[in-house]
Design a protein around this ligand. Structure first.
Ligand SMILES: O=c1ccn([C@@H]2O[C@H](COP(=O)(O)OP(=O)(O)O[C@H]3OC[C@@H](O)[C@H](O)[C@H]3O)[C@@H](O)[C@H]2O)c(=O)[nH]1
Length: 406
């Protein structure tokens, strides 16, 4: 009996050990199974998430690539200037019609250019091709408020220039040309910069002297609708010479005559853009008065070359910059009509008050002291008639023989 009991206990212990061993193996297997299962779920999940992220990011990657391409845009070619020759130049009104062409020239010449504009008539679009360039800075600022920067030269162009624009808010035009000019002269004095004022042929008013030379004092109605601009520019000139005499500021004064060219705003209101727009749209060309009043138009690139020559000259007295080729406004209307090939008719409207009747620059001073004269002329080129083709007129800018456009 005892033997039987002993055998049973031995068997039980073995079975117990076996059972415990089996239980242990089962436990380890189950833990291992769970672990490997979890890993595969996790890995699978991770791949799925990665895939999803990739899918979501793909279009963004393309956008980023496009943006990078736009950031690494090509700028117009810029000359290299040594530290000694490179100037820090401020252009007020630098996003405007003339200002933006001047910006192009000075940037391409290798200078550091800061454009200040309040975008009343200027457009960011006019200088956007320089945005991001290391030599270029654009500041949204109104010159009626003081400006504190360090510069070597200031081209002070800020002011509306088209009659409808400057008459739109005469007080603002006066503030820009008076307080704005004082601020810029104050800046020139503080930093020792040279300032060039963009003055105008309008300082001669409705002239009694023809053509107008720089010694003529002008004939301006001080209380007429144009006075905010004419008198504003006249006092701006006065301020320049007061700062020159009293404070020793170096000043240059350009009296700019009628100018045309690319980037004139289509709603600018001046005669060239009005006539071109009207002719293109088949609308009547609006001639104010009889059309016998005269003007002489220079191309903007000629003007810009003249401004830079004047700034870098030693001529501190006023200098006319314009094209002496004079035409009546009626002739311009007919010229533009034929250039565009338009069937528009010419409509005569009432004469504008105080409209200067004759204007043509005497540019002998610019020729003699700066060696400058305009080289581009607006001519009509008649093509066709041969081979049965109808004659057609094309607008062309022609260079005067024996000149180079700098
Ligand atoms: O639609 C029009 C616009 C203008 N005109 C006439 O064309 C002539 C030229 O007018 P604009 O408006 O182009 O320019 P203005 O010569 O009167 O003034 C300009 O002078 C020189 C610069 O300083 C300025 O850009 C601007 O003030 C004026 O006789 C005007 O009456 C028209 O007959 N029809």
């Amino acid at each position: 009996m005892m033997l039987v009991n002993w055998l049973i206990s031995v068997i039980n212990r073995r079975i117990m050990k076996l059972l415990v061993a089996l239980a242990l193996i089962a436990y380890i297997a189950s833990v291992w199974g769970t672990y490997t299962n979890m890993r595969s779920i996790q890995e699978h999940g991770e791949t799925k998430i990665e895939q999803r992220i990739d899918e979501a990011v793909a279009p963004l990657r393309e956008k980023i690539r496009d943006l990078e391409l736009s950031f690494t845009q090509r700028y117009p070619p810029v000359k290299f200037l040594s530290e000694k020759d490179r100037k820090r130049i401020l252009i007020t009104g630098g996003a405007g019609f003339v200002g933006s062409h001047l910006t192009d020239k000075l940037m391409m010449d290798g200078h550091e250019v800061t454009v200040v504009d309040n975008f009343f008539t200027g457009r960011k679009r006019n200088v956007e091709h320089w945005i991001g360039h290391e030599n270029f800075e654009l500041i949204n600022h109104d010159v009626v408020e003081p400006l504190y920067i360090e510069v070597d030269q200031i081209y002070h162009l800020a002011s509306p220039a088209s009659p409808p624009n400057y008459m739109y808010n005469p007080i603002k035009t006066l503030k820009t040309n008076t307080i704005g000019t004082l601020n810029m002269l104050g800046l020139a004095k503080r930093v020792g910069a040279r300032l060039l004022l963009a003055s105008t042929s309008e300082v001669y008013g409705d002239p009694e002297v023809h053509p107008q030379n720089e010694d003529y004092w002008g004939h301006v109605n001080p209380i007429g609708p144009r006075a905010c601009y004419d008198e504003g520019k006249r006092v701006a000139e006065t301020m320049c010479y007061a700062y020159m005499k009293q404070e020793g500021v170096e000043v240059r004064v350009a009296r700019i005559f009628n100018t045309f060219g690319s980037r004139m705003h289509m709603n600018d209101g001046r005669v060239v853009s009005n006539f071109i727009l009207q002719a293109l749209q088949g609308e009547p060309l609006t001639v104010y008065g009889s059309g016998s009043q005269t003007r002489a138009f220079q191309y903007v690139s000629d003007l810009v070359n003249g401004l830079v020559s004047l700034m870098n000259s030693n001529v501190s007295s006023p200098v006319n910059l314009g094209n002496p080729e004079e035409h009546t406004i009626l002739e311009f209307a007919q010229l533009i009509k034929s250039l565009v090939g338009s069937r528009s008719y010419i409509q005569f409207l009432p004469e504008a008050q105080d409209d200067p009747q004759r204007r043509r620059p005497d540019i002998r001073k610019a020729k003699m002291l700066l060696g400058w004269e305009p080289v581009l002329f607006f001519v009509v080129l008649t093509v066709g008639s041969a081979g049965g083709r109808a004659e057609q007129n094309y607008p062309v800018l022609q260079q005067r023989a024996g000149t180079s456009s700098q």
